[in-house]
Design a protein around this ligand. Structure first.
Ligand code: HAM
Length: 424
């Protein structure tokens, strides 16, 4: 019997929960400000959703999917990403009958059978957006803006926003021919993975982290020189509006992304503070053919996703001020005699209505034992209810850390009580 969590998975607890909630809360608020609405799709889908959507030669489909047969022999896959399921749901629920673009956001667990390392897990969570049904460059800009703003709101300072255009299917076809001709003669120098990618998923060779491959790719033809006029104009509009918004970005000619569905604009946000292949906190791009490819109308789209674990791991490493994560204060009520329980509950109701985390002692022990217990359980304050307090309608509040303590008349000094709890 193995009672460890499976390789590449992790329990989330303690302060990580606070970080996680903070990231989700911040994102949800921002998504709403940009008029995105939440969608929740199943954690597993018919395998075809991904083989068709992501591309059979991508690393994800060819190596990393958790695929199994259910009891009726249907091939099921735990979702490795959120875009293909959202597009499936968009078509199935006929969301194209509403105003377009449909602006949707999602939060959820994803599964990829990757080699686990720091920031790379087999089960992880993402939050992302998809704007389905607009060809306009402003939709790309809004997605990039939102991605950038999210990390600013989370308190990051040292990030790089990379953007590139990988052209439409037409201009990419031409470029791939040129790239393959160029690499044909030197492909022996590429790593075995890249040799496998050659001819099937050649563009991905640009994304290889192996030094030898990076070196070879340095002088290889760049897609920028081959994108068609329409794609060039589209990308110029994207960068032009980003400039007007004063968003700092870099055009990264070698940026490609791991899914076949991307067309034209792609982007990624990476940290300057991590020197690792796992430095991408989020990424996305335009996918103009996916909805049609799934049997829906011809609706160009754009979206992105960020990794929640990667984001909070870095927030912790960079000491991004967790104080901005306003968690409610925790108050422990110490009852010294059960004859005051009605008074105690009256006070408890006051604090709970104000959203403080409250608990009280069930077994009546002495005060110093109770204070020790409150301290070891992470409470911020102890409120003592003894004979004197019950008689005078007062409460005694003690800051468990500093031992600073004060007595308040309960009914008349509600504001002072809150001030004490919040600031003393
Ligand atoms: P992706 O770049 O594969 O894009 O994933 C987005 C983010 O998820 C990454 O930047 C990373 O932070 C996180 N992530 C990915 N794999 C792992 C892993 N194994 N462990 C931990 N974190 C990970 C997508 O998934 C696209 N669906 C994004 C998109 C939306 N494109 C258009 N719309």
């Amino acid at each position: 019997m193995n009672f460890n969590s499976p390789r590449g998975t992790a329990d989330v607890l303690g302060p990580d929960i606070l970080y996680r909630d903070y990231i989700i809360d911040t994102a949800k608020k921002l998504f709403q400000l940009y008029s995105y609405k939440e969608i929740i799709t199943p954690i597993f889908e018919h395998t075809e959703v991904f083989t068709r959507g992501i591309g059979q030669y991508s690393d994800i489909v060819s190596k990393e999917m958790y695929t199994f047969q259910d009891k009726k022999g249907r091939s099921i896959t735990l979702r490795p990403e959120g875009t293909a399921p959202v597009v499936r749901a968009f078509i199935e629920n006929k969301l194209y009958a509403q105003n377009l673009p449909a602006k949707l956001f999602y939060i959820g667990h994803m599964f990829r059978y990757e080699r686990p390392q720091k920031g790379r897990m087999r089960e992880f969570s993402q939050l992302g957006i998809e704007a389905i049904g607009s060809n306009d460059a402003v939709t790309d800009v809004e997605a990039i803006w939102l991605l950038n703003q999210l990390f600013l709101d989370l308190g990051f300072k040292n990030l790089r926003l990379l953007v590139n255009s990988i052209g439409c299917l037409e201009c990419r076809k031409e470029f791939l021919k040129i790239l393959e001709d160029y690499l044909e003669k030197i492909k022996n120098g590429l790593c075995s993975d890249c040799n496998e990618r050659f001819g099937k998923n050649t563009l991905r060779i640009y994304d290889c982290k192996v030094e030898g491959c990076k070196e070879i790719l340095k002088d290889a033809p760049k897609i920028e020189e081959y994108v068609c006029q329409t794609c060039k104009v589209h990308f110029a509009r994207v960068t032009g509006i980003l400039d007007r918004l004063d968003i700092k970005y870099e055009i990264a000619q070698s940026l490609v992304r791991g899914f076949d569905y991307y067309t034209r604009t792609i982007f990624e946000i990476i940290s300057k503070d991590i020197d690792s292949a796992q430095n991408a906190l989020g990424g996305g791009g335009r996918y103009d053919n996916l909805v049609k490819q799934f049997g829906g109308p011809d609706l160009p789209s754009v979206g992105f996703a960020i990794g929640i674990e990667r984001t909070y791991m870095l927030m912790k490493e960079l000491n991004i001020d967790i104080k901005c994560i306003k968690s409610p204060k925790k108050i422990y009520f110490i009852r010294l005699d059960d004859k005051h329980d009605a008074y105690l509950f009256h006070i408890l109701k006051f604090f709970r209505n104000k959203n403080y985390i409250c608990d009280f002692n069930i077994n009546i022990k002495n005060m110093s034992t109770e204070i020790k217990k409150a301290k070891s359980s992470g409470f911020d304050f102890a409120v003592i209810i003894g004979d004197q307090e019950a008689e005078d309608n007062t409460i005694t509040i003690k800051n468990i850390e500093t031992f600073h303590q004060d007595v308040f008349r309960f009914a008349e000094e509600a504001d002072k009580i809150i001030e004490f709890v919040e600031y003393k």
